[in-house]
Design a protein around this ligand. Structure first.
Ligand SMILES: [Zn+2]
Length: 367
């Protein structure tokens, strides 16, 4: 596949979907004064962080004299943002399972800088990804900042779990909500970006209309073929009476699928993929991240858990599709079985145990 179309730098004008929030953000750029804190919320992988970055660039681009939602990507300011070499811009994302004050002090200018005037941009800009992972200490500090917002400092908070923010923080933000897109439109878009027809359809379906996630699936080596294989096993299992051998093969397929996915996201997280893959410069792994002590295993664990949750979601979707095709919908029962499997994962069971119990429950649900 042509990876250049999928992995290249984004610009505001070829951003897929999110029409309403983008229009809203565009209108904000025309206002004489801005709210001190924006909260971009919505499902993971729909482009919130990307929209935030494009918006920041549009806000400070030296050539954007019309205040449109676009940036030249060529001026000194745009280049400094793209290279993460701009003292007035700080992007923060969790290195581990939470964002601690220690991380903020070590990795970035401390929040105390929020009270300083910007060096060379009109604003001092803080972008916080997965901001629901701010720990208590950082949340309280954030709240103090938002109670009396420093002049010429803007916070852009991004999360797929806004309900986990302190209500006192959330109520002080201007929330912009992002939604998923219809899967047929997304599949069409992915084809225009160079994905082949079958892969585009699979990626759009399994991402449930989330463009960032769909692209990630397309760029993850071996994942979509493994998913297609697992799907056809599920379909066969639904069409025929399950045999012990068939169940074993299915179980192996699921475990293999989870392994392929986890290994891929680990590679992305550890920076073993070309830098082009990272649309957002701060998501590129930092060079000094090797000696971060306790953070690595915790991060690995969090990634593995997220990966397993995702594979479970894929299985549920595969099952729904297989049922649709075989004309025996059991969606509500399956929903419960998967909710149960998800909660098992929360309490730290191993994947093979979760899959075994899932298979037993699915078999029970059919009787
Ligand atoms: Zn520019």
């Amino acid at each position: 596949m042509d990876e250049t179309g999928l992995a290249r730098e984004f610009r505001a004008d070829d951003f897929f979907g999110a029409q309403a929030p983008r229009e809203f953000l565009g209108k904000l750029l025309m206002r004489p004064s801005l709210p001190p804190t924006l909260l971009l919320s919505g499902p993971g992988g729909v482009g919130k962080a990307l929209a935030a970055f494009l918006w920041i660039k549009a806000l400070v681009c030296e050539n954007n004299t019309q205040h449109s939602f676009s940036a030249c990507d060529e001026c000194r300011t745009c280049r400094s943002l793209n290279a993460l070499n701009q003292p007035d811009f700080v992007a923060i994302r969790p290195r581990s399972t939470e964002i601690t004050i220690k991380q903020i002090r070590e990795d970035y200018a401390s929040f105390r800088d929020a009270y300083l005037l910007p060096h060379n941009l009109p604003y001092r800009l803080f972008l916080l990804e997965e901001c629901h992972l701010l720990n208590e200490e950082v949340s309280n500090m954030m709240l103090k900042l938002l109670e009396e917002p420093p002049e010429r400092t803007l916070f852009i908070l991004v999360t797929d779990k806004p309900y986990l923010l302190l209500p006192t923080i959330r109520s002080r933000t201007l929330e912009v909500r992002f939604l998923t897109e219809p899967t047929d439109r997304l599949a069409e878009y992915l084809r225009t970006q160079g994905a082949d027809e079958a892969q585009a359809e699979l990626a759009a379906y399994f991402s449930q209309g989330r463009v960032g996630l769909a692209k990630q699936l397309l760029l993850t080596p071996n994942f979509l073929p493994a998913l297609a294989a697992a799907m056809s096993r599920i379909t066969r299992r639904l069409q025929k009476k399950a045999t012990a051998g068939g169940m074993f093969a299915f179980r192996e397929a699921v475990l293999e699928l989870a392994n392929v996915h986890f290994q891929s996201i680990l590679k992305v997280d550890e920076g073993e993929v070309p830098p082009d893959f990272y649309l957002l410069p701060w998501r590129r792994p930092r060079e000094d991240e090797d000696d971060e002590g306790q953070a690595a295993p915790a991060r690995r664990n969090a990634l593995e858990r997220a990966s397993l949750q995702f594979v479970l979601d894929c299985l549920r979707l595969a099952l729904l599709k297989a049922e649709e095709q075989s004309g025996s919908p059991l969606a509500s029962t399956n929903e419960q079985v998967f909710v149960h499997a998800r909660s098992q994962l929360e309490v730290n069971l191993r994947l093979d145990q979760v899959v075994d119990s899932l298979l037993i429950n699915l078999a029970d649900a059919r009787i």
